[in-house]
Design a protein around this ligand. Structure first.
Ligand SMILES: Cc1cc2nc3c(=O)[nH]c(=O)nc-3n(C[C@H](O)[C@H](O)[C@H](O)COP(=O)(O)OP(=O)(O)OC[C@H]3O[C@@H](n4cnc5c(N)ncnc54)[C@H](O)[C@@H]3O)c2cc1C
Length: 426
């Protein structure tokens, strides 16, 4: 998709049933889910799909829970995603005091999660899948086009007037579009959130995520590693073709220095952290850095407007759950709106939007608070805290039901699951 699709106002005078500001991974997934639910979505984004797919646009990979992956399969993405999805069979979490993932004796303080332990309830699913964001973006773009969903791009939402009977969305180029509902899926700087007067609770961690893709000499065998080093977590996440995505948390100053370092200097720093347990490690492509902060919207809805994805909650990547939270929002919102439309309710009414908010707000706040606590406990070199977290990890590791609880939570298949996360259309 290189440019702008045309929209034609329907006889009801609306340009769409739902205008979605932001065609990122959450917004594009919502558009597909709404289309499957019998509604007419319209996507708006300043960045055309072709540019979102460039290698320099997004160097991250995401750990996707098996429930989130099931949603994408249901929405028709399987053929494009499966060749690039790496099964995560095990997760090893280690409190690595010293830099060097394999330096010194193995820490007694570790946690091991294994997909075989929950195979009876997960139907043989892995703990999750690792997917490069650009592959996911490509699959979503292809399906949005195949489903003939209108996309206005490049176009930027500048403001929204939330009227009694409609959301009037104003674009930067002066165009005005109307719909019974507008969704803010435009990430942390959400214009819809600001225009709706929804405040945020936010703080910066003073850290950045350094992200690189590497090719490994030894087979990774589908094992994801997370080491808690004094500067912050260091994750080695397995990718297809025996590659791995590294997410290396550092203070902002260190991260910027690493990004600016010559390749051989970066490689030397990397090997000090990584160790040699997977043989030689070669960086492929660019090194990316991302600022890390927490940002939680005070509310998920306003009259004729809702928020989802990072526009509603931006979290630290420590648990690899940011996008998964957004995809749960998508599944819940699509189901609420499809059901409301089926029985003739006004999909932008407060009564309908409240059902979405009741479904998602508690989960979002609880998980964002838990990830924040993890960051504080695990990015800290205080000896007492180190001992306490080490003992905590050993205890959880020795209790089978506790381990299985965490695995089911990470798989995203707990609680009141929307239909899409169970593999059914909304
Ligand atoms: C280092 C790192 C590692 C991560 N790893 C994981 C992981 O392993 N697992 C996981 O689940 N999550 C992970 N995340 C989180 C995940 O990347 C985000 O949660 C996800 O990208 C958010 O998607 P989104 O579609 O909500 O927002 P965004 O990706 O921010 O997309 C917003 C879209 O809105 C568009 N936009 C912006 N302004 C406007 C406007 N005014 N009008 C219209 N459109 C607009 C943008 O162009 C963009 O396309 C990680 C994050 C980081 C930083």
């Amino acid at each position: 998709m290189a440019g702008t699709s045309k929209t034609k106002p329907a006889p009801d005078g609306f340009d769409a049933d739902v205008i979605i500001a932001g065609a990122g991974m959450a917004g594009a997934t919502l558009a597909l889910a709404l289309k499957h639910g019998g509604l007419r979505p319209l996507l708006i984004d300043p960045v055309v799909f072709d540019a979102q797919l460039e290698e320099s646009f997004d160097g991250r990979s995401a750990a996707i829970s098996f429930a989130s992956f099931r949603q994408w399969r249901t929405l028709g993405l399987a053929a494009n995603l499966e060749p690039h999805a790496q099964r995560i069979e095990q997760i090893l979490v280690t409190d690595g005091r010293r830099p060097g993932a394999s330096v010194g004796p193995a820490s007694p303080f570790h946690l091991r999660f294994d997909s075989a332990e929950i195979a009876d309830r997960s139907g043989g699913e892995p703990l999750g899948y690792l997917l490069e964001n650009r592959r996911t973006r490509a699959a979503l773009a292809a399906e949005v086009i195949a489903q003939d969903i209108p996309v206005l791009a490049p176009a930027r939402v500048a403001h929204v007037d939330l009227k009694d009977d409609a959301a009037e969305v104003r674009l930067e180029d002066g165009r005005v579009l109307r719909a019974p509902l507008v969704v803010g899926a435009e990430g942390r700087a959400s214009v819809i959130r600001q225009a709706a007067g929804i405040g945020v609770t936010a703080w910066d961690y003073g850290q950045m995520g350094v992200v690189a893709t590497v090719r490994l000499e030894q087979p990774h065998q589908g094992v994801a590693h997370e080491y808690f080093l004094p500067g912050g977590p260091f994750a080695i996440l397995p990718l297809t073709e025996n590659r791995a995505s590294l997410v290396w948390t550092e203070t902002t100053a260190h991260a910027k220095a690493l990004k600016a370092a010559r390749p051989e200097i970066f490689h030397a720093h990397l090997m000090r952290r990584f160790g040699d347990f997977l043989g030689d490690v070669r960086v492929e492509g660019q090194v990316f850095i991302y600022p890390l902060s927490l940002q939680l919207a005070d509310r998920l809805t306003a009259p004729r407007a809702v928020l989802l994805g990072d526009a509603a909650h931006g979290v630290h990547p420590i648990a690899g759950q940011g996008l998964n939270l957004g995809l749960k929002d998508v599944a819940a919102l699509a189901q609420v709106l499809a059901e409301a439309a089926r029985i003739g309710e006004d999909i932008g009414s407060e009564l309908v939007l409240q059902r979405y908010s009741a479904w998602r707000q508690f989960d979002n706040v609880m998980l964002a608070a838990s990830f924040d606590l993890f960051v504080r406990v695990f990015s800290n070199d205080n000896p007492l805290l180190r001992l306490a977290r080490g003992v905590g990890m050993s205890v959880v590791n020795s209790i089978g039901p506790a381990r299985r609880f965490f695995m089911h939570e990470a798989g995203g298949a707990t609680g009141d699951l929307p239909r899409l996360l169970r593999g059914e259309v909304p």
